[in-house]
Write a protein that binds this ligand. Sequence first.
Ligand SMILES: Nc1ncnc2c1ncn2[C@@H]1O[C@H](COP(=O)(O)OP(=O)(O)OP(=O)(O)O)[C@@H](O)[C@H]1O
Length: 571
Amino acid sequence: MIRRFFSYYRPYKGLFILDFSCAVIAGLLELGFPLAVNQFVDKLLPGKDWALIIWACLALLAVYALNTGLQYVVTYWGHMLGINIETDMRKKMFDHIQKLSFRFFDNTKTGHLMTRITNDLNEIGEIAHHGPEDVFIAVMTLVGAFLLMVSINWQLALLTFLVIPLMAWLAMHFSGKMTRTYRRLFGDLAEFNSRVEDTVGGIRVVKAFANEEHEKGLFSVNNFRYRETKLMAYKIMAKSMSLTYMFMRFVSLFVMVCGTWFVIHGELTYGQFVAFLLLTNVFFRPIEKINAVIESYPKGIAGFKRYVEILDTQPDVTDAPNAIEVDRLRGNIRYNAVSFGYEADKNIISRIDLSISAGETIAFVGPSGAGKTTLCSLLPRFYDCTQGGISIDGTDIRHMTLSSLRRQIGIVQQDVFLFSGSIRENIAYGKLDATDEQIWDAARRAQLEPFIRSQPGGMDTIIGERGVKLSGGQKQRLAIARMFLKNPPILILDEATSALDTETEAAIQQSLAELSQGRTTLVIAHRLATIKNADRIIVVTDQGIAEQGRHQELVSSGGIYSRLHKAQFGT
Ligand SMILES: Nc1ncnc2c1ncn2[C@@H]1O[C@H](COP(=O)(O)OP(=O)(O)OP(=O)(O)O)[C@@H](O)[C@H]1O
């Protein structure tokens, strides 16, 4: 874990060396100050040589000025080092999340991921900056102060050193407890964020069911649990800090009493006594620093462990080592004895064989939950089949790179997802480098132009989170426009026109028919009226493919399709 943590310093070696050296020099200067006081009291004061005293003061002033500069570097550049590392970690995590497969997202709450990428890494920057530096300087200052104390009076020095084993015991005792508590705290915070995300995301459902009180109750439970864990962390911190304070003050008092005894018996000069007391403070300061590191360390390490958990999660759908980048495919699709299940021991699809010719329009119909959507989501490799394989134009899709495969396939989903932004940005998502003209053309073909022109902001109208300011039909048309722009050889239309009124639907059907020209199109539909003209209709049940043929053939065959047809049209 520690080696992994330090690997993030690699790109910032220069910054680290600068910050570290400045911090070490500043630490050494701090150490020298009590010695200067010792000389001042024992040598300069009795000599009463004002010129020398002024020179000494000027020298001290120069040292202070140097120290001020060093402090600036340590505070600014040192924190820059920490922030750079924190930023790199966030980037690495975000990049990794982009690589993870659908299965991961199926089982992970958005709020949990948000917490990991935001809150959990908050302390890392501080640890990255202060951790190694503070510990090194603290140890250096401790050893330096101890040696100087020994040079003044070894008996007193040994008494002061008594505090070290006590502190080490305290640190060990509390740091494990703190790490565990912070891990729990981050878990609670993730739950808490998920709750907020769920309630705010589903606020329309909450209000429609008038379930605000129920949501408040659930929120309070999470809120209270978070409070309890946080209080537990503070309790541990309070115990650790007060015990440290007590031990340090106790030893300090002891040193003062013993030091007075040594002065009275002539074994210590006044100057040495003052220097010793100052050194005691120098000696205690690093202990306080180490204590501070010990306090923030569990937070950082708990966050880092949760971060590493995500980085260690491997995507289950990846590019094969020798995967090829495919250019525009023609779209001959073949499902070859394909089986798949979301859970290991439960197949949703079993040994499906299916050939689709380039340019053909295939419609999947069948009872809800039979696996129509699942069958289609195996094509862009959202999931990999557990047995069998799928090929396009004779090449197994697992031998193509994921990005080049997915560029070939356009999907308009049942539940359209739009990004909060403008209409333009959402359409252009289909082709990030699209020109204005291409975007307008796509909008026109998706029958979206009149709506866009009627908006005061035109193409730049902001559509709200997930397109909340648009009607269901407008959202659907926007998603279709995106597809016109992407212009893939293979299309998957999952109830693409379900949210449109009859008139617009007819218009869009026309546009889709135009878009389908020369492309392989897989339509998942429940309303049979929309697929009458499909080249082939495939009836999927949980037993597999039950029937296939053209609309008229299936209606007259008296099978499942004809029953569905009767149920929908009554004839
Ligand atoms: N991500 C998932 N994780 C686990 N099970 C899933 C997942 N998605 C779907 N399922 C299950 O797989 C089965 C098939 O679902 P699928 O969405 O493919 O059916 P469908 O035929 O398209 O249904 P509908 O017509 O209602 O959309 C269902 O029993 C469903 O509960």
